[in-house]
Design a protein around this ligand. Sequence first.
Ligand code: ZN
Length: 440
Amino acid sequence: MKTKPRPKTQNPHAIRYTAEKADVANLRKDYDVDESIATLERTQHFRGHKPWQGMMNDVIPLSPALTPALHATVSSACQLLGLKWTLLLFTSASAQINAYACLDRFAKQPTLSLCLTSRAIEELSENELLFLVGHELGHVLFEHDRLNLLCQPSEGVDSLTILPFLGEWLFLRWRQKAEISADRVGWLLTEDFEAGAGAIIKAATGLGSNNLTLNSHAIDSFLNEAIPMASRHILGCQNAPMLSVRLQALQCLNRTAPRPIRTSGKQASWLGRTDKVVAEGLSCLSRRPATAALEACMHLIADAGVEIIQHDHEVEIEEIKKVMNILHDHYTDQPDQLICLNSAKRALRIRASIRTLNRIASSSEKKEALSRLSDIAIADGPLGEADSKTIFTLAKALRIPVNETNAIIVGCVQNKSRSIDPGLVSLAHKIEAQSRTTKF
Ligand SMILES: [Zn+2]
């Protein structure tokens, strides 16, 4: 009897998005995430809790006898990727097209729990479903499920992760890149751009085959006309740009990958162009100042902010945190990349920013920048002599009159002293203590 030739296994690590892998390495190196993850993982295992259990209402296990075709699809996907995991398949009755996966790495035989929503199973074509399964396997293979344990489990906390704030910003940027790496594994299983794009578009729009035409011409027009126009004109289209980056990344990968696909080596050399397209797409997603004047304000705050915090012999964390927070809250997602550590270069940059601001910025924009620099100067205590000299010199260069500079500094001091009212804090404590004892 002739047996069907077994398909060659593919090495998904060879097509992982390089910048995503680099972000994970940075999180490991700078934030020691391995230790936190190991503890959180151990705790979850002890509780028998799967990370996606909070996200899905009620999951139903699907046995191979009940859903043989589905089990065959997932098993062959695992086989093609060389994964020897025990499989537990679940569904969740949901109108959304979605999936979640995690791996129990503590079990004797690593056990994959994969949950596909009922709509995903029913609505997606065979190849689209295979792409979605591959996407989820990709997340697990690259250990994204472990990194996601760093998301903040407590409610009512401002931060989204348990990381300090620069680490959290890095983590949030990494999460976008993680989708690209996962999509590539989905593509590796199907080598079918239209199926991948179909799964992504159906999941994002909630529309099904009855209303979607998913050929390359339709996807092109969606990518090149609909998304850019909507992103420019319609509020509430925040997810559309990321959708567009994912589709473009997939399209580029599909065009540049040699056929038959070979991923047996280390990093595939033909990926360079695709990685560049992804990097360009993702850089368009990051926040940047809307005008040239605001951009000059941002650079002035970054460079003059460093000058100000250097006045003290000891650089306090509170001060650098203030600089970073101001830059992040008002201008950019990557404030750390604006910091210049060469003092001569910094002085030149400050002069250039001042020239630009005097040429194009309004008086209120310049005063706003000076106010933010004053906030930095008083972040660690009273305004010192060197700080006040810098603030008044900058004000003069920005052509802000002395009386207005004075009013700006007074405003900053007032805001700082008003930010915490000891009288109100004590009153809140008294009310809180009373509410625990009062019984009606
Ligand atoms: Zn994903």
